[in-house]
Design a protein around this ligand. Structure first.
Ligand SMILES: NC(=O)c1ccc[n+]([C@@H]2O[C@H](COP(=O)([O-])OP(=O)(O)OC[C@H]3O[C@@H](n4cnc5c(N)ncnc54)[C@H](OP(=O)(O)O)[C@@H]3O)[C@@H](O)[C@H]2O)c1
Length: 255
């Protein structure tokens, strides 16, 4: 027999998504699974991850804290042991602890830096050998901050602008190894992030009103709209795209 067996099914990609129990991470895990990928859905709460995986036999929950000592290495090891490869790492998990200078505590600063910056960096580093083998992709989830000030959430915004700089820097560092790195910068998206931040419904309504007034498309985005952008940046057809930060914000950053 000569040539390849044309009936052989292509190898499924393996995708790790952090913060996959809710919001953008859940939509992203499902979008990759819909494309035929095996997805490891990472988060701290089993119930939320179980809901993400419900009805999706290609999504495997992994209940863990990405900020735990040794956590990133353990996570990547678990993915490789389960699936033998890793094609896409989506650094989506993130937290917001609002507070203006004068009201900040050490914990507010270190928690955000640990979750939004340290863990993505250590996860990306742990994933390098596997991503090099698969010519893989890292997609980081930033926020639509651009060059603007973000009074009241300066530390959150700082972690995300730093994540964007890491995205550009890693894209250049890793290009010779065949690994692409990109980011999305979502605007106002309908997820429980405000609830997780501890905002009251009244404060959340004020935030939404401000967001609507500053979003040219005049509405709040859906998690699936961000998930779509993440899958596109990670797609094999995006093979010449690296180092970019793609706003998915209804035009907010250019308004
Ligand atoms: N929604 C928006 O308007 C918006 C706008 C711009 C950017 N973003 C960014 O989008 C990303 C997703 O946010 P979202 O809006 O979907 O909010 P979300 O629903 O609060 O999602 C964040 C997820 O991260 C997980 N997480 C937090 N800390 C973790 C840790 N230490 N280890 C493992 N998982 C952890 C949370 O689950 P557990 O608590 O169960 O671990 C949660 O499922 C974040 O990076 C956020 O900054 C969101």
């Amino acid at each position: 027999m000569t040539g390849m067996d044309s009936t052989a099914s292509p190898i499924s990609r393996v995708v790790a998504v952090t913060g996959a129990g809710t919001g953008i991470g859940r939509a992203t895990a499902r979008a990759f699974a819909d494309e035929g990928a095996h997805v490891v859905a990472i988060g701290r709460r089993a119930a939320q991850l179980g809901e993400t995986a419900s009805g999706y036999d290609r999504i495997t929950p992994l209940v863990t804290d990405i900020t735990a000592e040794g956590g990133p290495d353990r996570i990547i090891r678990t993915v490789i042991e389960a699936h033998g490869r890793l094609d896409v790492l989506v650094n989506n998990a993130g937290i917001v602890r609002g507070g203006a200078l004068g009201d900040l505590t050490r914990e507010m600063i270190t928690d955000q830096v640990a979750t939004n910056l340290v863990a993505p960096a250590l996860l990306a580093q742990a994933a390098l050998p596997a991503l090099e083998t698969s010519s893989g992709v890292i997609v980081n989830v930033s926020t639509s901050v651009g060059q603007r000030a973000w009074p009241g959430s300066s530390v959150y915004a700082a972690t995300k602008t730093a994540l964007e700089l890491l995205t550009r820097s890693w894209a250049v560092e890793l290009a010779p190894r065949g690994i692409r790195v990109a980011a999305v910068a979502p605007g106002a998206i309908d997820t429980p992030i405000g609830e997780h931040q501890g905002l009251t419904p009244e404060r959340m309504a004020q935030v939404r009103a401000w967001q609507l007034a500053h979003t040219p498309l005049g509405r709040i985005g859906r998690p699936e709209e961000v998930a779509w952008a993440i899958t596109q940046l990670a797609a094999p057809a995006a093979s010449f795209v690296t180092g970019v930060v793609l706003p998915v914000d209804g035009g907010a950053v250019v308004a």
